[in-house]
Design a binder for this molecule. Structure first.
Ligand code: IPE
Ligand code: IPE
Ligand code: MG
Length: 229
């Protein structure tokens, strides 16, 4: 039986979900928020310690400005509205990615929710916002060079890991991507280097806790050898 401590999800397929129904892409994102809430609550109830969700990539700035603006507003509203969900379900909120790109109200909302939920322990929900693995590793290298931290360590691997946004968080055990694409799109390349991967054609707004439970049941049967026998 493989243990599941850290689950990571690439939430993909909102736009196609909307298109299939003749709706605006923004409707798909709205619907996706509901899935985000349900999946997060399910993970808290089922004692998964860490849930990382890819919400906005460093490449997503390439979308039309109207969609980017919509996503930023949706995110801010979600974080304000969901405060009770985090508190009632004992969920700690964290982010990975470069928050400097966001406007002040969004940054403040993020900081406030992080502070208000800092002592919750059942589930840590980590939203990847303006996140890209290459950018994360680049920022880590820059910090190590600027502070000359490399001069004071004999363990370079530990040094790198302690400068990543995921510092202190265990590596990913299971990585799921919804929406049918078989790629990682610059998500957790370092942290998922030994993760079990699972790709489902289900579009994110249709992804239900029952499907997650099935995927986890399969995951538990997998033999994770980590290079050994
Ligand atoms: C994922 O859904 C959500 C974000 C990237 C913010 P998409 O918006 O990528 O949906 P598709 O892939 O176009 O269907
Ligand atoms: C990955 O989805 C990013 C998020 C889910 C936030 P994309 O839809 O942006 O990825 P590509 O463009 O298909 O690689
Ligand atoms: Mg997509």
């Amino acid at each position: 039986m493989s243990a599941l401590k850290h689950l990571a999800i690439i939430m993909d397929g909102n736009g196609r979900w909307a298109k299939q129904r003749g709706k605006m892409r923004t409707q798909g994102h709205r619907e996706g928020i509901k899935t985000l809430r349900e999946i997060t609550k399910w993970c808290a109830k089922n004692h998964i310690a860490y849930l990382t969700l890819y919400a906005f990539s460093t490449e997503n700035w390439n979308r039309p400005q109207t969609e980017v603006d919509f996503l930023m507003k949706l995110l801010e509203k979600y974080l304000i509205k969901e405060r009770q969900t985090y508190l009632q379900n004992d969920i700690r909120f964290k982010t990975i990615g470069d928050m400097r790109a966001f406007n002040d109200p969004l940054k403040q909302t993020i900081q406030a929710l992080q502070a208000d939920t800092a002592h919750n322990t059942t589930l840590t929900q980590i939203l990847a916002l303006n996140y890209g693995s290459k950018d994360e590793i680049k920022r880590a290298c820059e910090k190590i060079i600027q502070t000359q931290a490399y001069k004071h360590t004999s363990d370079t691997l530990k040094l790198i890991e302690s400068h990543l946004d995921t510092q202190g968080i265990p590596d990913v055990d299971l990585l799921i991507r919804t929406g049918g694409e078989i790629r990682l799109s610059n998500f957790l390349l370092w942290q998922a280097s030994y993760a079990e991967l699972f790709f489902t054609p289900t579009l994110w707004p249709d992804f239900a806790p029952s499907e997650l439970a099935e995927i986890i049941a399969h995951f538990k049967q997998r033999d994770r050898r980590f290079g050994g026998l």
